[in-house]
Design a protein around this ligand. Structure first.
Ligand SMILES: *[C@@H]1O[C@H](CO)[C@@H](O)[C@H](O)[C@H]1NC(C)=O
Ligand SMILES: *[C@@H]1O[C@H](CO)[C@@H](O)[C@H](O)[C@H]1NC(C)=O
Ligand SMILES: *[C@@H]1O[C@H](CO)[C@@H](O)[C@H](O)[C@H]1NC(C)=O
Length: 375
């Protein structure tokens, strides 16, 4: 529901600054590589700590919720089809129109005029999903927006990502400690996993953390090299230098992402979100507020919020073919009746939405980047 806005408010200024600073900062050489020997292939690997659970019908979470307005049957049809073809199942949570939320229900700090009705609706749709998790005591859930897309190799990607999130929680060097019991294949000690966003900077590159020493725990990374599901550098979008590190994906501590295409919450994470983005207050659009919770809520004295991200992300907003205006219920693009003849998804090589026929008929997948050899 939230679109890659043409850079919201303060975020534009902020990322502008960060990018300038990055250009003038020598690259720190502190990436830690846990992965090279296990990640060379997408074929069967030796699994520790039931990472294979991410291949079940809820992608290793207890539930998957998709948030969308009930009247957008077009988006529900498409998402039902591609999730079914990829092998997982979503439960719908109805999106909300901003106008339907009375002033009395608004959190402390909301300026209705500045925030816009549409952002308010998006916030409420997401918060309804979050409240579901809290009310039902769901241990972990993935929340996706109704227009997401992914690579048809999602299950393999998530297995590698689960290795990464476990490693960042200090859970294993591969193959040791077989007897640790994990409730979640992604590890037990996280609040939020940001799997779908429009881009983000690494936390050590945020202005408040420039003083951190190289090797500080916030700059830990799990690096996936030679990942065939990362597009060629000229087609990879984000704030990292993908030319310097082609076909690389990182699992890392969250910096400050934009857009909430897909994120997972543990029960404790869902409680923190419900508190910090509703019961306590709300400042700004949902994605900015959620990024703010990860960024500023990290300290133990605040909310001890533990967020991890994947960059480039594995869930991305799909721009469907058809009327451009239909992309978003938040932003009014394409008011002139513009029509797109081919769908497109940034940062995804074998787009599930672009390969529906191929998936159904068991044919070879087609790449979105046919002009360029992939790995
Ligand atoms: C998938 O695995 C997760 C983690 O082990 C579990 O919580 C969830 O219940 C499983 N889903 C199904 C449908 O069995
Ligand atoms: C940056 O450093 C400050 C001070 O140590 C800390 O409170 C904050 O959580 C850090 N931010 C990030 C994104 O790591
Ligand atoms: C990105 O990396 C390439 C190759 O190392 C380099 O030529 C280029 O200047 C870098 N771009 C930026 C913006 O740092």
């Amino acid at each position: 529901m939230l679109q890659p806005r043409s850079f919201p408010f303060s975020a534009a200024v902020f990322f502008g600054l960060v990018i300038l600073l990055l250009l003038y900062t020598p690259r720190s050489n502190i990436l830690r590589d846990y992965s090279a020997h296990i990640l060379h292939s997408y074929s069967k690997m030796e699994m520790t700590h039931h990472v294979e659970d991410v291949s079940n019908s809820t992608l290793g979470f207890q539930k998957i919720f998709a948030v969308g307005l009930p009247e957008r049957s077009d988006k529900r049809d498409a998402l039902a089809l591609i999730s079914s073809l990829t092998g997982f199942k979503v439960d719908w949570v109805d999106g909300v129109k901003g106008e339907s939320i009375p002033d009395k229900a608004l959190p402390y700090g909301v300026d209705r005029v500045q925030l816009w009705e549409n952002n308010l609706g998006s916030w409420r749709g997401h918060l309804n999903a979050v409240r579901n998790i809290v009310e039902q005591g769901i241990t972990t859930a993935l929340i996706v927006e109704d227009d997401v897309d992914w690579d048809v190799r999602l299950m393999s990607q998530l297995q590698i990502i689960a290795h990464g999130t476990q490693a960042l929680q200090g859970l294993h060097t591969p193959l040791d400690d077989q007897d640790i019991i994990l409730d979640s294949p992604y590890g037990n000690n996280w609040d939020l996993l940001w799997l779908g966003h429009c881009g983000e900077v690494f936390p050590e590159n945020l202005p408040e953390n420039f003083s951190k020493q190289p090797g500080d725990p916030i700059s830990r990374k799990f690096v996936v090299h030679a990942d065939p599901t990362v597009p060629p550098p000229q087609h990879t979008h984000g704030f990292q230098n993908f030319t310097a590190e082609p076909h690389t994906r990182w699992v890392h501590v969250t910096g400050g992402p934009i857009c909430t295409f897909a994120y997972a919450l543990s029960l404790s994470g869902a409680r923190k979100v419900l508190y910090d983005l509703s019961v306590d207050h709300l400042v700004g659009p949902f994605d900015n507020a959620l990024a703010g919770l990860c960024r500023w809520g990290r300290d133990e004295e605040r909310l001890d919020m533990k967020c991890l991200s994947v960059t480039p992300p594995v869930f991305v907003h799909h721009k469907a073919k058809g009327r451009v205006q239909a992309d978003s219920d938040i932003q009014g693009y394409g008011g002139d009746g513009e029509v797109r003849s081919e769908g497109y998804t940034e940062n995804v090589v074998w787009s599930a939405r672009d390969n529906i026929r191929e998936l159904m008929l068991g044919k070879d997948m087609k790449s979105q980047f046919r002009d360029t050899e992939v790995v």
